[in-house]
Design a protein around this ligand. Sequence first.
Ligand SMILES: Nc1ncnc2c1ncn2[C@@H]1O[C@H](COP(=O)(O)OP(=O)(O)O)[C@@H](O)[C@H]1O
Ligand SMILES: N[C@@H](CC(=O)OP(=O)(O)O)C(=O)O
Length: 419
Amino acid sequence: MQVHKFGGASLQSVERFEQVANIIATALARPSVIVISAMGKTTNALEKVAAAFFEQRNADALQLFDQVKQQHLTTAKYLLVLHYHECVAQLNDFFTEAEWLLHDKPVREFDYYYDQLVCIGELLSSTLVSFYLKEKKMANAWLDVRDVFRTDNNFREATLDWDASLQQVQHQVQPLLKSNGLVVTQGFIGCTIDNESTTFGREGSDFSAAIFAHMLDAESQTIWKDVPSVMNADPKQFPNAMPIHELSYEEVIEMAYYGAQVIHPKTIKPLYEKKIPLQVKCFLDASLPGTVITRKRAQDLPPIIVKKTQQVLLEFMSRDYSFIGEHSVGQLYQLFEEEKIKPNLTQNGAIRFLAIFDQNEEKLQRIAAKAEAWLNVMLQKDLTLTTIRHYNDSIIAGMLGEHQPILMQQTKETVQFVL
Ligand SMILES: Nc1ncnc2c1ncn2[C@@H]1O[C@H](COP(=O)(O)OP(=O)(O)O)[C@@H](O)[C@H]1O
Ligand SMILES: N[C@@H](CC(=O)OP(=O)(O)O)C(=O)O
């Protein structure tokens, strides 16, 4: 069996739904599990709904949610004739799930409401895909993954209960695959034992697909993207980026760790453990070779560049020339954990500790305020963190130009600098 994942970009318009259905008709083996992300930028839109609700701007939240609703209803109208009413009935169930909550008052933490609302994106898009495949005479079973993936209640960064989830996969998914050939389900989301929805963190659908691949001993997992393959840099930032057709799990895990937004970092481990190849293919042209990721170490890789903009530097300095030792750094990491925020790069000096983060004004201000109890703290915004794997001197010189980096770290394989 195979696992295929279609991300938001592959479902951002009616034409793209048609392309996805063509790929499913022609390029997928049976049985396959099809893991679906939310349409286009729906997750961002639902994040705004959650924020408005939590600030008790219920009317705004309902209005923002209505835009999400209309977008899905319009898509259903364009895609479906035979199965239109059945599909709208299922979409309405999820609309009601969200609206029921949006009329309420928040009494729990933000992350809980975030997950209850944001998970709706995947439930809606997978419903559309499932009915559209039926419309195209492709039998399939739609599965609410919340009945299968058990997680803890660490909302927005849930941890999977592998044993409990494996049992559900065996009891529910395997029979569905046998009888239907195709199972359409959601990425990114799961559920606690108390029936509360959870999410695995932004862009977590690749990870969901890898969980299925691992548990079902898939022959392969394929992620369908809007790029020809994994490239040696984001082609949106570097138009001359080159395709890379073969990569090792290790290389991809490093790329993802440094912030390449092409594959979610948690995806590799479940595949690595079962030696399942990960393919990245282009949904715009399925005949392109794409990238195959396996245990095999690729030779002669070009420099691989990951550029993260909108970075913020927090500089923590000791007040009295005492060293910033393990204890102080440990306390800082505790603050980062409390705020559920991870530094992208750190550097420890005698009396200084530097940490680079993605921009998140509120969280970073809170960390700075708390750390000021024992340290001086400075914050610098609008920086760019560049990571180059397999670098050479000329590429570093070309990227630095006349600039002097604020921070630079270099190992044999990787150089990182902040400008
Ligand atoms: N090294 C890279 N190779 C290819 N694409 C990359 C790379 N780094 C970043 N990207 C970006 O990843 C995008 C595809 O991922 P994404 O938008 O998350 O797709 P989806 O949401 O559909 O899964 C591409 O459009 C590209 O801009
Ligand atoms: N919809 C979620 C999960 C996801 O993985 O999406 P995508 O596959 O489009 O990156 C997000 O946007 O974070």
